[in-house]
Every structure is written in C-alpha cells, then in structure tokens.
Design a protein around this ligand. Structure first.
Ligand SMILES: [Zn+2]
Length: 134
C-alpha cells in the first residue's frame, strides 16, 4: 500500500502551504462559522462544504501530553494542545525542558520545526514570553 500523498488533498495542500509561509491555518466553516480540526472538506458540525481558513496566532496550552524516551535519541514529547482559538490538536513539543513539560503550560507554534517536519510542533513558552503580547 502506497503512503498517502498529503499534497494531493486541496485543503491539506493549502494548510501545508500556510505552514511553509509561517502561518497556522485553521479551517472555518462558511455556513455555521465554527472552527474545527483537522482540515476536511465537510464541516463536522453542519455537514456543509468547507473551503475557508483563518490564521491562528499559534498560541495555546498543553491539554495532555506523553513523554517518550528513545534509545540513543533525545526524548520526544507528544501533546494535545488547546489553542487560544479553542481548537485542540495533536502536536509534538520542542524545547530543552521537555521533561518538565506539564498540563496547562503555555506553548506557541515552533514554525521552523513545523515547516521542516511538515507537521505541527509547538515550543514551550518561558515566563518572559508569557508577559509579552507579540
Ligand atoms: Zn458548519
């Protein structure tokens, strides 16, 4: 079985192009105006076609996480992140303090890592960033 070519799906392609340009695009339904995750052609709430995205600030907090220790490699952290946009998505966490990552911790999109992996990576925010508005 061939692996799915993610670039063949128009919504997935648009999402990945957004990541390449440094934007986290969240699908939003033009009919009921609800956001949802993941990108899909039909709204999960009202079953209408979806072809719009909204740019997220890429900030949120850890809802749940698990830490994996891998032989001869750095530890990896997989988390559900609830964005300020009220969307919860599965992502990887990056940072030097992964073993201290905890539920409720503030995170922001790590655009360089997300771009490189073509998947969502969030970095743990430090307290200095928490007080900044940008
Ligand atoms: Zn809808």
């Amino acid at each position: 079985m061939q692996p799915m070519d993610r670039t063949q799906d128009p919504l997935e392609k648009q999402f990945l192009e957004g990541l390449t340009q440094g934007q986290l695009l969240i699908p939003i339904c033009g009919a009921c105006h609800k956001k949802h995750w993941y990108p899909r052609p039909i709204c999960p709430f009202c079953r209408q076609p979806v072809n719009q995205f909204e740019v997220s600030r890429g900030r949120g907090e850890v809802y749940a996480l698990t830490l994996m220790h891998v032989k001869d490699q750095p530890s990896q952290c997989i988390a559900y992140v609830t964005l300020d946009d009220e969307i919860t998505l599965l992502a990887s966490l990056s940072g030097e303090q992964l073993t201290r990552a905890c539920i409720g911790q503030k995170v922001e999109l790590d655009i360089a890592s997300s771009r490189a992996k073509a998947s969502l990576v969030f970095k743990l925010m430090n307290s200095e960033k928490l007080n900044s508005d940008d």
